[in-house]
Design a binder for this molecule. Structure first.
Ligand code: SF4
Ligand code: SF4
Length: 139
């Protein structure tokens, strides 16, 4: 029948026009990540961190650079926590090995960069890069 394909196409268009939208206006809108998504920046809850360094010891690719001080009462304090994303495998071993659940992923997925020097995140101040100019990403 002449025009049958056109009618079928219009029917599909009409159905989707009024149906639930499945697309997002990226980058104005961001797709919500799932609960178990591993990615983005490693977020540190400094109030929970006891400075034990188990996370960095368990990291297979030396992607964590930690600075810990010990006070006169032998209490350990985290001073700086750098996540070198260019080395990170996103294996989650650091998060799983933390005894106080101080680590999590912020699920921010738009973190690409032109420069590997920018792929370093200060997890304590939640800032990427500047602090890390001294860290050599290829070491
Ligand atoms: S996710 Fe894996 S590779 Fe990345 S910092 Fe944690 S332990 Fe290291
Ligand atoms: S394993 Fe957890 S508590 Fe220990 S230094 Fe790392 S983030 Fe802090």
């Amino acid at each position: 029948m002449f025009g049958k394909g056109l009618i079928t196409g219009m029917r599909v268009t009409w159905k989707h026009f009024w149906g639930k939208k499945v697309t997002f206006c990226y980058p104005e809108e961001k797709l919500p990540m799932t609960e178990r998504f591993r990615g983005g920046h490693l977020a540190l809850n400094a109030t929970k961190c006891i400075g034990c360094k188990l996370c960095s010891l368990n990291c297979p690719n030396r992607a964590l650079e930690l600075t810990v001080t010990v006070d006169e009462n032998k209490k350990r304090h985290m001073q700086q926590y750098l996540h070198i994303m260019g080395r990170c495998l996103y294996c989650n071993l650091c998060v799983e090995s933390c005894p106080t659940q101080a680590l999590s992923w912020d699920k921010e997925y738009a973190i690409s960069s032109w420069y590997k020097e920018d792929m370093v995140h200060d997890s304590m101040s939640d800032q990427t890069s500047a602090a890390v100019s001294e860290v050599k990403p290829h070491e």
